[in-house]
Design a binder for this molecule. Structure first.
Ligand code: SF4
Length: 84
């Protein structure tokens, strides 16, 4: 049986995370080691009710690693470069 754990802790800065679709998924998926894992994480993000909040958090706090708010780290780096 696989262990279900949070990918990141719920904090005062991320109260919306309690509603995240990733809460029921193994944490490794959102810090993917393969393209297949990354695509699966993005598929889960697409169903998430707090995707907008998560995306805004990832951009504002410049989350460097993992899938956040339906974006990969590479996509966020590109976005931040464009808006710099
Ligand atoms: S958008 Fe993705 S990473 Fe963010 S809370 Fe939802 S499922 Fe988790």
């Amino acid at each position: 049986m696989s262990e279900l754990i949070l990918q990141v802790p719920i904090t005062e800065e991320r109260p919306w995370l309690v509603f995240g679709a990733c809460r029921q998924v193994e944490s490794d998926l959102f810090f993917p080691a393969s393209k297949a894992q990354e695509l699966e994480a993005l598929r889960i993000c697409a169903t998430c009710p707090v995707r907008d909040e998560c995306f805004a958090h990832a951009i504002e706090s410049r989350e460097a690693y993992g899938v956040w708010g339906g974006t990969t780290e590479k996509q966020r780096r590109r976005l931040l470069r464009r808006t710099a």
